[in-house]
Ligand binder design. Structure first.
Ligand SMILES: C[S@@+](CC[C@H](N)C(=O)[O-])C[C@H]1O[C@@H](n2cnc3c(N)ncnc32)[C@H](O)[C@@H]1O
Length: 315
């Protein structure tokens, strides 16, 4: 079995974790195991817990890292990373030295034609990373009220034609359900004026991204998980997070900012009392971007942004 996914910011994201050889680490997004492999190479007696909610990723890495798994150095967890705290607690872990996120879907998920992630492959409208989940893109497209469709397409897809697309979807689904990715692509094309279709990439790109984010509740899962990761960090522990779309990046940036913000110095106090000082420090004032070389070699990396935070005290 092969897993054709080129890891983005592989070294940079792991460097940012500052891996201790005996530490406890989490790779929240195992995928093809690219980051997992680098973290493993830096551990001696430490342990890595790697999550994925997609069974394909878990079974591929079970084989790829069977020696590390047998040695107890790597533990694979087939679950959503929003269960971070609970899944680790079940394994007796209540603090960690680092958590890495490399968000979104892997190239393998895109390229598996039957998964419905890609507007280039005709497939049932599915888009679930976790096949055990009930909600699919087909349900959203055919059953969700007009207002919710507009919200998904405009907010998650940041598509200025979101409302027009939702209206077209409504017209079509009244006659017959929209079953496949190609059916949906046709509906979207009808909704976007011809001059606009000639610019800005594939006309369905934004809507497909929006539906994927909604099906997998990607922003909700990230917010839940980051909150737990911040709590789980030991002093000196770090989070390293790569995002590929602006809303994810905004969420990470905002959460990191809140945790690291210095409160205003109380009147009459010359220095900040320890108990008021933030427990975390920002490792990246500006997001780290892939080098030009990486962007040229792997176009998917162009939108990547890496941010990091470190716990500096326990309050
Ligand atoms: C971009 S890929 C990671 C690639 C990996 N870093 C590598 O180097 O091969 C993202 C992976 O995270 C998984 N994923 C995304 N959101 C998840 C979530 N909420 N819980 C668990 N896994 C998730 C996806 O199924 C996918 O396999």
């Amino acid at each position: 079995m092969t897993f054709e996914h080129v890891t983005v910011l592989q070294k940079e994201a792991v460097d940012l974790l500052n891996v201790k050889e005996d530490g406890i680490y989490v790779d929240a997004t195992l995928g093809g195991g690219g980051h997992t492999g680098v973290i493993l190479s830096r551990l001696t007696t430490g342990t890595l817990y790697s999550f994925d909610q997609d069974e394909t990723a878990i079974s591929f890495n079970k084989e790829q890292y069977k020696d590390e798994i047998a040695a107890g150095k790597l533990v694979l967890i087939f679950n959503n990373f929003r269960t971070l705290k609970e899944s680790l607690a079940e394994r007796g872990v209540d603090h960690v030295d680092g958590v890495l996120y490399d968000l979104g879907v892997s190239s393998v998920q895109f390229d598996q034609g039957d998964r419905g992630f890609s507007y280039n492959h005709d497939a049932p409208l599915d888009m679930r990373m976790d096949q055990r989940q009930e909600l699919t893109a087909k349900t959203i497209v055919n059953d969700w009220p007009f207002g919710d469709l507009v919200r998904v397409l405009t907010r998650y897809g940041e598509d200025r034609f979101g409302k027009a697309i939702a209206r077209k979807i409504e017209q079509h689904r009244e006659k017959a359900p929209i079953e496949t990715t190609f059916d949906l692509v046709e509906v979207i094309k009808e909704a976007i004026p011809a001059p606009a279709r000639r610019h800005g990439g594939h006309p369905a790109k934004r809507s497909f991204q929006a539906l994927r984010v909604a099906v997998n509740d990607e922003l909700g899962a990230l917010e839940d998980s980051l909150g737990q990761a911040l709590e789980l960090l030991d002093v000196g522990g770090r989070i390293s997070a790569i995002s590929f779309q602006s809303q994810e990046d905004r969420l990470i940036k905002q959460m990191f900012k809140e945790k690291t913000a210095e409160p205003e110095l109380p009147r009459g106090l010359p220095v900040m009392p320890d108990e008021m000082a933030p427990d975390y420090k920002l490792l990246t004032r500006k997001a780290i971007k892939p080098s030009e070389k990486e962007q040229e070699e792997n176009h998917r990396s162009a939108s990547a942004q890496l941010r990091g935070i470190e716990r500096i005290r326990l309050s």
